[in-house]
Design a protein around this ligand. Structure first.
Ligand SMILES: *Cc1c(COP(=O)(O)O)cnc(C)c1O
Length: 351
């Protein structure tokens, strides 16, 4: 009798590296917003907690209806998930069989290769351009008859770069109709460049385009886990078929609705992040760092072999950044005080 053995390939599964949390240190590692819940959101959370002996609404109907109204979409084109990372996984489960290919830029969101491999699909990583942006021509060239899905992260995590309307439309026009393009817009609310299209608008009238959004970043609900997809109905039906029942809990559903009620105030907080983003990038550039233009709530420092040393240097000053060894460091924009401390640390990093 042989012992129980997990899938052998899981040994090679890349690990999702969460931003570190260290008591007393400032965390600029996970692209969270610095502000805690607004009083109205905290109240919705507390009130909903009174009912947690019951299962949540499996379809999150109140949230889906609310999103449909906000987005001017039909409820049939919306699916919710336990964070948009879950929706990334559901997309692949819904579309790919063993050996099917998933094309995505690299480096990009670290969950893509993980959820791809877990679903027994094959990652096709397309290197970024020299300017740290997505190489759409190369991504197009990477599509084969086995490709079922392409992730387009806009703005790209961790580089912050964006695709603008003309180039993205040209790409969507060229992708074969049987390949789904998933526009991952986790940082959409931080985008100020008017040339960056709204994915939901782009997806309208295209049968092979889906959009992922999340309440984790601008809306400040990373700890509660709720995101959504806007997609053709055939896709949302499939997403619901592979959904882990009840995985978006009732507190997350209520907090998401309360956050939409408070959207003006929450998005106002994002404006502060955006102006800090400009200040931080300008200061880094003035100190001699290469920093790609960013439209997200973080900056990317392509430090190559100096990356780990940089992260250790920051940690000595009680600042946690997110290093990708040998490539670069991603640093989340925090409060002005936190950003000042980071700029100081960056200023005295020996280079
Ligand atoms: C943070 C992030 C997500 C998802 O976050 P969830 O907390 O799972 O909703 C998705 N895509 C990208 C690119 C991200 O950076």
């Amino acid at each position: 009798m042989s012992p129980v053995s997990p899938r052998a390939d899981l040994e090679s599964l890349p690990k999702y590296v969460p931003g570190r949390t260290i008591q007393g240190a400032i965390k600029l590692a996970s692209n969270e917003v610095p502000g805690g819940p607004l009083p109205s959101v905290a109240q919705a959370i507390a009130e909903t907690a009174q009912g947690i002996n019951r299962y949540p609404d499996i379809t999150a109907s109140a949230l889906v209806e609310r999103l449909a109204r906000e987005l001017n979409e039909s409820v049939d084109r919306i699916a919710i998930g336990c964070g948009s990372v879950s929706l990334c996984q559901q997309m692949i489960q819904a579309l790919c069989g063993p050996g099917d290919e998933v094309v995505f830029p690299w480096r990009s969101f670290e969950a893509y290769p993980i959820v791809t491999q877990v679903a027994n699909a094959v990652s096709v990583k397309v290197p970024l351009t020299a300017g740290h942006g997505l190489d759409l021509d190369a991504m197009l060239a990477a599509i084969t008859p086995k490709t079922r899905l392409v992730f387009v992260c806009n703005p790209n995590n961790p580089t912050g770069t964006v695709l603008r309307r003309a180039e993205l439309e040209r790409f969507l026009d060229a992708v074969p109709s049987g390949v789904l393009v998933v526009l991952d817009e986790a940082y959409k609310e931080f985008v100020t460049d008017a040339e960056v299209p709204d994915g939901v608008e782009l997806a309208r009238g295209r049968d092979n385009v889906a959009v992922l959004r999340t309440f984790s970043k601008a809306y400040g609900l990373a700890g509660l886990r709720v995101g959504y997809a806007v997609a053709p109905e055939a896709i949302t039906v499939a997403l619901k078929q592979v959904y882990v029942a009840f995985s978006v809990n009732m507190i997350a559903q209520a907090a998401a609705i309360a956050s939409l009620d408070a959207a003006d105030e929450l998005l106002e907080r994002c404006k502060e992040i955006v102006s800090e983003r400009t200040r931080v990038r300008d200061a880094l550039v003035a100190k001699g760092y290469e920093v790609p233009e960013t439209q997200a709530n973080f900056v990317w420092l392509p430090l190559g072999e100096r990356t780990t040393a940089f992260a250790e240097h920051a940690l000595e000053r009680k600042l946690i950044v997110r290093p990708f060894a040998g490539e670069g460091a991603r640093v989340t924009i925090g409060t002005p005080e936190e950003n000042d401390l980071f700029l100081e640390a960056a200023g005295d990093f020996p280079r």
